[in-house]
Design a protein around this ligand. Structure first.
Ligand SMILES: Nc1nc2c(ncn2[C@@H]2O[C@H](COP(=O)(O)OP(=O)(O)OP(=O)(O)O)[C@@H](O)[C@H]2O)c(=O)[nH]1
Ligand SMILES: [Mg+2]
Length: 323
């Protein structure tokens, strides 16, 4: 049986970092497929993962939490047929819940060894009220308190206590028995996603929850904390400082920005990674694609339009990405 891990967690918490660092560190000899379930046809993360087979399965726009199965399952079947992986890692979109993905893997006969929820130790309080974030915790059985380098021990402990509270309240339960489907969960601390090896030891084997599938109903998210994404293109002929000034000025409702940008004063393209006010830049060699940024947050349509008006270097695509 092919094994898998599902990696969930809110926007920008370090899911891809956990994949690239931990997974490649612990599984150098295994045939691994990494599947990133992402918005749109952009696949920024897949450009960064180079050592393993990786593929981005596109999520259509709309309610991402509802993007159950069909396309995802078809994509996974193709990957299994073409590549025969021993182990599959699925990174779910930071704006969606893990359970539908979990069910899809089960349906395909892929064993789910664990659902890992990555938590941002530093920025947890900025996003913990979001209902998607709560259901991500509720639907996982391995919790990784990442970015622990950015907090002290008492701050980390405080976040761990909050996680336990949310976990108790939002644990998904089997509708028939009323019992939580995950008997147990553990919290591991990590820096840059490098977790203890035991996280992947397969000791987590989940209860068989196929019965639950019949009863699973999508949680009704209020529009208050609905997450949306917008893509903007960047003009050519811009400087690094221009990009930096946009990122310095993002409104709080934009939690996450990522993209690949080309600027005049740096020879290679730059991967931009912005999460809750913190930003990192990495060079990406031989990138020939468009220069773009994706903004993700709560009801951000207007904010992004304002940004485009304010910063001449940004422009909205004339056609939707799907169109
Ligand atoms: N200081 C610090 N930064 C981290 C750590 N882990 C990840 N980061 C940074 O956080 C940013 C987001 O990391 P990603 O791994 O792309 O996050 P993600 O959860 O995959 O993001 P999405 O897929 O967009 O939801 C990047 O700039 C990382 O370098 C960590 O442990 N410590
Ligand atoms: Mg990612």
């Amino acid at each position: 049986m092919i094994s898998s891990f599902v990696i969930t967690g809110f926007l920008g918490v370090g899911k891809t970092t956990l994949l690239t660092n931990s997974v490649q560190h612990y599984f150098p000899d295994k045939k691994i497929a990494v599947i990133v379930n992402e918005f749109g046809d952009i696949g920024i993360d897949s450009k960064i993962l180079t050592n393993v087979y990786s593929e981005v399965l596109e999520i259509s726009e709309g309610c991402i939490c509802c993007q159950l199965s069909e396309e995802f399952e078809k994509g996974v079947m193709e990957i299994i047929a073409n590549y025969s992986p021993e182990l599959i890692f699925v990174e779910t979109s930071g704006a969606s819940e893990p359970f539908p993905i979990y069910m899809s893997l089960q349906n395909l006969g892929v064993g789910v060894e664990g659902v890992i929820c990555v938590v941002d130790a530093k920025h947890f309080s900025s996003y913990k009220e979001n209902s998607t974030a709560k259901y991500q915790l509720g639907g996982s059985n391995i919790i990784v308190l990442n970015k622990s380098d950015l907090v002290n021990d008492s701050e980390a402990l405080a976040v761990e206590n909050e996680i336990r509270e949310i976990k108790n309240k939002y644990n998904i339960k089997n509708m028939m028995t009323g019992k939580p489907i995950f008997n147990n969960y553990l919290i591991h601390r990590a820096q840059h996603g490098l977790v203890a090896k035991e996280v992947f030891d397969g000791v987590y084997q989940l209860e068989d929850v196929l019965k639950l599938a019949e009863d699973y109903t999508h949680h009704d998210h209020t529009s208050k904390d609905a997450l949306s994404q917008k893509v903007v293109y960047l003009k050519s002929n811009i400087l690094f400082a221009d990009v930096d000034s946009v990122l310095q000025d993002l409104p709080q409702s934009i939690y996450r920005a990522k993209g690949i940008v080309k600027v005049k004063d740096v020879p290679e393209a730059i991967v931009v990674n912005y999460a809750f006010g913190d930003v990192t830049f990495d060079e990406l060699k031989d990138y020939e694609g468009k220069s773009l940024l994706i903004f993700i947050g709560e009801n951000i349509e207007h904010e992004v339009e304002n940004l485009c008006e304010k910063f001449d270097i940004l422009s909205l695509p004339r056609f939707s990405l799907k169109g």
